[in-house]
Design a protein around this ligand. Sequence first.
Ligand SMILES: [Zn+2]
Length: 69
Amino acid sequence: MSKSIWDGLYGDVEVRRVQPYEALKSYICPGCNQEITKGMGHYVCVPAEAPDLRRHWHYACWDRRSTVL
Ligand SMILES: [Zn+2]
């Protein structure tokens, strides 16, 4: 099974919690391809060796990611 960028391909993934008041833009979550709307709390996940590949995830999508991928 090949690694994805979320399983350590580019080093450890730093997961930060974005609070609703910090969510000033909307994003597309790679877990479900649905929008994370402005003002919704979520995670931003940053591969240590490829920080430009960071993505914003719904809490639930990130938490169940290991069973999906
Ligand atoms: Zn999602």
